[in-house]
Design a protein around this ligand. Structure first.
Ligand SMILES: Cc1cc2nc3c(=O)[nH]c(=O)nc-3n(C[C@H](O)[C@H](O)[C@H](O)COP(=O)(O)O)c2cc1C
Length: 235
């Protein structure tokens, strides 16, 4: 029996790195997810909803007040449909709003109403990230079970180096799969994977072997790791 398609709700907020969310949406769509995108009104200043619509094949939610939208009728429909909610990039503003329990747009309503795990990938200026107010908001949300991935260190939009960049898309993708996997089919299973060529002794000095690169074993281990943390890889 085919596994049920997972739904990821991606919240995109008003950061200069919003364009990277298009790549993320594409990765999840290619991985077989139903991808629903909610953009804040600031996010649409940075990237067009049409981009996400074409990538996901789904309508993009940009407001609660679009009477033609299937979601405006039931403003918490996406909260219920979500298997996981990812906010990437997440501004200092959205983190503060969520920490304060504000629900004044579709993204914050969805976050407040969902029972799905929520992953936040912050992206902002390094001083905004280091600010005690932001740090207190992050600590508060972590205590409440929100997962954070990043931000990373590197060149910021201002041109200077610092911590505040949206972390790598590989990392965000991996964390989402890992969190989903903890609840999935492989949960509580220990997996042992061997990678690389095998050897079969012919006699005490000779053996039969092959040219395996080990790449397949590594890929299997990586997929298993994304589904469950307890993986042992041998070569
Ligand atoms: C060019 C530009 C880039 C911005 N980049 C960021 C950013 O990376 N991170 C951030 O927290 N705010 C950034 N801001 C400020 C946010 O857009 C602003 O706080 C906005 O109210 C966020 O709204 P939202 O959280 O509802 O999307 C930027 C603003 C401008 C004009």
């Amino acid at each position: 029996m085919a596994a049920k398609q997972k739904t990821i709700v991606i919240g995109v907020t008003g950061s200069i790195s919003a364009y990277k969310a298009a790549d993320l949406a594409s990765r999840f769509a290619q991985a077989g997810f139903r991808v629903e995108v909610i953009m804040t009104s600031e996010a649409v200043q940075f990237i067009a909803p049409l981009t996400f619509r074409n990538i996901t094949g789904r309508p993009v939610v940009t407001t609660m007040w679009d009477l033609a939208s299937e979601f405006s009728v039931e403003h918490i429909a996406l909260a219920e449909a979500a298997d996981i909610v990812l906010i990437a990039p997440a501004t200092a503003n959205i983190i503060a709003k969520i920490a304060g329990g504000i629900a004044d747009d579709m993204l914050t309503c969805t976050v407040l109403a969902t029972k799905a795990p929520i992953v936040i990938a912050p992206a902002m200026n390094d001083n905004m990230w280091a600010n005690e107010i932001t740090q207190e908001n992050v600590t508060h949300l972590k205590k409440r079970g929100f997962s954070f991935v990043g931000p990373g260190y590197g060149r910021l939009a201002s041109g200077k180096m610092g911590t505040g960049r949206l972390t790598s898309l590989d990392e965000i993708f991996g964390v989402v799969l890992q969190i989903l996997g903890r609840k999935g089919d492989l949960a509580r299973k220990h997996i042992v994977v061997t990678a690389g060529g095998t050897q079969e002794p012919v006699d005490p000095v000779r053996c039969l072997t092959n040219h395996s690169s080990g790449k397949m074993g590594y890929a299997v281990a990586e997929a298993a790791r994304n589904g469950r943390r307890n993986v042992r890889l041998g070569t």
